[in-house]
Design a protein around this ligand. Sequence first.
Ligand SMILES: *Cc1c(COP(=O)(O)O)cnc(C)c1O
Length: 391
Amino acid sequence: MIDLDKVRADTPAAASGVFLDSAGSSLPPRQVLDEVVGHLRREAEIGGYLAARERAEDLEAGYGVFAELLGAEPDEIAFTDSATRSWLAAFDAVPLGRGDRVLITEVEYAGNAVPILHRAREVGASVEVVPSDAAGQVDVAALRELLDERVRLVSLVHVPTNSGLVNPVREVVDAAHEAGALVLLDACQSMGQLPVRADELGADLISGTGRKWLRGPRGTGVLVVRRSAAHRLRPRLVDLHSGSWVGPNEIELREDARVFELWETSIADRLGLIAAARYALELGVAAIAAEVADRARRLREGLSALPGVTVRDIGERQSGIVTFTVDGLPADLVRDRLAAEGVTVTSTYASSAVLDMARRGLDEVVRASPHYFIEPAQVERAVEVVSRCGR
Ligand SMILES: *Cc1c(COP(=O)(O)O)cnc(C)c1O
């Protein structure tokens, strides 16, 4: 059980409104804020190099913290400046040539689809879409049909940005591995709200962000690279941190996941990200997942009962992302009317998940994403505000 009063006390803004946008950019707890602001102050006092040296042990410990959070080893963790950067670094390192195949799912995120299609065109690889089953999640039987030895990569979104779905990961990984394909898991919307454990899910590469459900600073990301997959990757965007210049014509690349990091980074934000992961671990990921599921269920039930409101979530298993539309009202207008009454939600558009939104005939949805620090009464309040927003 999570102590709601405590987590709300750690999150001063939790009381000043109904914040339902943890899938966008959540409210960090004061432990994160103190770490970031404190380090920036320290940099101003003694300079960035000395300030970083003071925190060297904590920075190194961060790999262990994320290893614990993500069911991996410390040398399988890399820190980056966003989930997208993590994802791109990993994708770019997957060897891909003419005639190779990449499989994506119907809920693929635009931020992944653009680089996949771009690179596939450049090298002469094909990109194919694995169909979904009746519930809306990836159809594992259909995936098995599509897999062969030319499939280099399966790109899987764990929790899409624009629907309540949670995709089955283990089944996809098992099928892909039987065919010899790597799996790159986009865990941007699951990390921090659901258990995301590399040892249980089996994915070769996992990308995640700080700013969403983990409640870390913006401009932070993490990448898991399993040791078992590392030898199959060809890191290309390397610098003097990823490798060493050991002779006039010689370099040596790191062998751990940090080959995907660059030397320069915001130390303040990194410390904030580590603090966010520690905070999540202290609460317990299972406890977080239970509370998020409870708030999302209350919200879906409340919204479903409203005339003129349609909940748009799909999937057998659902996440803390609740999507809906209000008859006759554009999503942005709903968002703005809710904002005027202190309820923060976002709109998401077809452009962020083209295949999924097109198959469901949707141009846009309103997205509400309650975290564990939201009180049940605040969920009721949000539903009440939605009920009035059409009038
Ligand atoms: C937000 C999001 C991303 C990108 O995260 P950044 O922090 O912007 O890099 C990737 N995948 C999904 C599914 C997302 O919702």
